[in-house]
Every structure is written in structure tokens, then in C-alpha cells.
Design a protein around this ligand. Structure first.
Ligand SMILES: O=c1ccn([C@@H]2O[C@H](COP(=O)(O)OP(=O)(O)O[C@H]3O[C@H](CO)[C@@H](O)[C@H](O)[C@H]3O)[C@@H](O)[C@H]2O)c(=O)[nH]1
Ligand SMILES: O=C(O)[C@H](O)COP(=O)(O)O
Length: 329
């Protein structure tokens, strides 16, 4: 149900589901354009983090072209993780602005993962609303973006929107309906239920499809790796409150599956980000260290980057401070 005037009480997951569940089907392109241009015009940046996605990036950008043509997207930026498969060239050929992740805020060193790419993207985009979309989606359709933007453009009280979708799991020719999301189901959901049950209504708490107001995003710390989704969700909840969060049904999403071993590293990054927020105070020492796997009688070590980037607003203040006050201040 969408409330536009008096705000309902939203404190429990049930109340939240009743008042902050949306569907992409309710936001046709014409509606998005109309909402975007209404009373307070809102500019929109779309960011696609991209690592070796030459197969999917072109079709995704093509699917977004009508939204650009209609003025629903003001900026479309692909943040490339130095992909060796030609992702950047394909993205450019399909009309996106392409930036290399490590070239942005380069004084912070080379980018260390997906979260770093998202954080750096805030420094090269200007939209009042920023929408993040994974670029390995195989069945991409513009409803992914329309759905994320709709609630933000329609409802001033909403500051953060997460995609919800069904996730089949495919292995060779076999597909298991709703079998996908192993880290989501075995790590993120139990963690949230245990420590932050107010967030239990999120269907896909780790979805890379989310959008938020810049004013909120710039207040968030960003883990550099796969901890970024759980962190931005928890911190948005703590800063803005449950009623400022929404989820939108985007239908079904097909994505690449990583190996179980790779997901172990992802799960570790998710757990570190959650652990810091649940048990540690801000500024607690970084939990770091390689993830060890028993291997041939010894231990194989895999580095998992879990550092966190400061809120961009802090960085902007520090930079302004170094430059001195603006002339009109
Ligand atoms: O170092 C990286 C790793 C990934 N990506 C891109 O980020 C997106 C998602 O990455 P992927 O490795 O496909 O993630 P999944 O295995 O699908 O993991 C899910 O869970 C992760 C942890 O929450 C989220 O970051 C993902 O968005 C979500 O799709 C894709 O476009 C990648 O190309 C980067 O840009 N840099
Ligand atoms: O979100 C997740 O849980 C991970 O991306 C793993 O997804 P998968 O089990 O569908 O590969």
C-alpha cells in the first residue's frame, strides 16, 4: 500500500511489508517520467559495477536506452573493474559513460571490490537519486530500474529501495526454481533474524539492485567488497528508520553462480560487515585477515578485503576544508 499524506506507523516487519511493498508493474515508463518531473524534479544517476560482463552489459544498456531517451535517466555510468574481456569497450559502444574504478578517488589506492566500485561511483555522479544495478543479469529488463525508481519518486518518506525477486538456481541443464541465493538464505537471513529482526521482511537483503537518495548514501560507510549490501541496508535502517526503507518486486532474476568456495569468501565479507554493525562501535579496529581453507594437509589462504570506506560526506567536508571556504561563505 502506498501512503502519500499522513504517515502510517511502521515499526514491525508486518507493518513495513503492509506499507512499504511496491511492484515494478505499477511503474510504467510514462509514470516514471511524470513522477520525476513533478513538484520537486529529481535527477537520477544509474550505476552499473562491471567485472568481466561482456556478455550481459550490452543487452542491459540497450534495455535502458528507452528510459534515457525519455529523460528518466540523467546519467548512466559503468564502473569497470579493469575487465580483461572487453566490457568497457562494449559499454562505451552502447552509450554508457565508462570509468575505471581505480581511477576514481585514486588517492585511496586501487579499488578492492564491488563495494569500493559503488562508493567511488558516488564521486563521479551527481544524481539526487542513485540506482545500482548488477551487470551480470541475464534476463535484464527495464522494469528493474523502473521498479527501483518508482517508490523514491512517488513517496518522499522513502529514502532507500531494495529489489526483491525470485532466484532460480541453474546447474548445467537443470534449473531449481527459487534455489538461488545461497549466501542470502544461509548467512544474511539468519543473521538479520537473529540481530535485526525488524529487517526480516526483505526478500533479497543482498540484492545488488537498490536505489537511494544521495543525501542518505553519502552518510554511509561502504565495505569495499561483498559486505556492501548488508552494510548499506543496516546503516540506512539505523540512520533513516524502517519507514524510510522499501522493497519492490522486480519479478525473476537470473544471474551467474559463483563456486561454493567463492561464496565462502562472500559469506565471510557479509559476516564481517554485519558483525561490525552488530557488536562493534563505529571506528572499531578493522577485522581483517585471510580466509583459511584446509588444503592438501595444510592451509590455503584467500585474501578477503573487508576494509570500509568513510561516508562520502565526510570526505567532501575534508576536501572543502583543505580548499578553504567557498567565496560566498
Ligand atoms: O569485484 C567486483 C565484483 C563484482 N562486481 C560486479 O558486481 C555485480 C555483482 O557481482 P557478482 O559477483 O555477480 O555477485 P553475486 O554472486 O551475484 O552476489 C550477490 O550478493 C553480493 C553480496 O551481497 C552482492 O554484492 C551482489 O550484488 C549480489 O548479486 C556484477 O555486476 C559484477 O560484475 C564488480 O564490479 N567488482
Ligand atoms: O546472493 C547470494 O546468496 C549469492 O549471490 C549466491 O547466489 P546463488 O546461490 O544464486 O549463486
Amino acid at each position: 500500500m502506498n501512503e502519500t499524506s499522513s504517515q502510517p506507523t511502521i515499526e514491525t516487519p508486518r507493518e513495513w511489508l503492509a506499507h512499504r511493498s511496491y511492484s515494478a508493474a505499477d511503474y510504467a515508463l510514462e509514470r516514471i517520467v511524470e513522477l520525476k518531473g513533478a513538484a520537486a524534479p529529481t535527477s537520477v544517476s544509474v550505476v552499473l559495477p562491471a567485472r568481466e560482463v561482456v556478455e550481459t552489459i550490452g543487452p542491459i544498456l540497450d534495455a535502458l536506452a528507452p528510459l534515457r531517451a525519455a529523460g528518466a535517466i540523467d546519467e548512466l555510468v559503468v564502473v569497470d573493474a579493469a575487465s580483461a574481456d572487453g566490457t568497457a569497450a562494449v559499454a562505451e559502444a552502447h552509450g554508457a559513460i565508462v570509468v575505471q574504478e581505480s581511477a576514481v578517488l585514486a588517492d585511496h589506492g586501487p579499488a578492492q571490490g564491488k563495494g569500493d566500485a559503488l562508493w567511488r561511483s558516488l564521486a563521479v555522479t551527481r544524481g539526487d537519486v542513485v540506482a545500482f544495478l548488477d551487470s551480470d543479469t541475464e534476463n535484464f529488463d527495464d522494469r528493474f530500474l523502473r521498479g527501483l525508481l518508482g517508490p523514491l519518486l512517488q513517496e518522499p518518506a522513502v529514502a532507500f529501495v531494495k529489489g526483491a525477486f525470485r532466484r532460480p538456481f541453474r546447474l548445467g541443464e537443470t534449473t531449481v526454481p527459487d534455489g538461488g541465493g545461497r549466501v542470502t538464505e544461509l548467512v544474511a537471513r539468519p543473521l538479520l533474524n537473529l540481530h535485526l529482526p525488524q529487517l526480516a521482511g526483505f526478500v533479497q537483503p543482498l540484492a545488488g539492485e537498490f536505489a537511494a537518495r544521495r543525501s542518505l548514501l553519502e552518510q554511509l560507510r561502504f565495505p569495499v567488497g561483498y559486505g556492501v549490501e548488508i552494510a548499506t541496508l543496516i546503516d540506512s535502517f539505523r540512520i533513516a528508520g524502517l519507514g524510510a526503507l522499501a522493497q519492490v518486486d522486480l519479478g525473476e532474476r537470473h544471474n551467474r553462480h559463483q563456486s561454493l568456495r567463492a561464496l565462502s569468501a562472500m559469506a565471510y565479507a557479509v559476516m564481517v560487515a554485519a558483525e561490525r554493525r552488530i557488536h562493534s562501535t563505529e571506528g572499531a579496529p578493522a577485522v581483517s585477515g585471510p580466509l583459511a581453507f584446509p588444503h592438501e594437509g595444510g592451509l590455503a589462504l584467500r585474501h578477503v578485503a573487508v576494509e570500509e570506506r568513510p561516508p562520502l560526506a565526510h570526505l567532501n567536508r575534508a576536501r572543502r576544508g583543505r580548499r578553504g571556504p567557498a567565496p560566498d561563505q
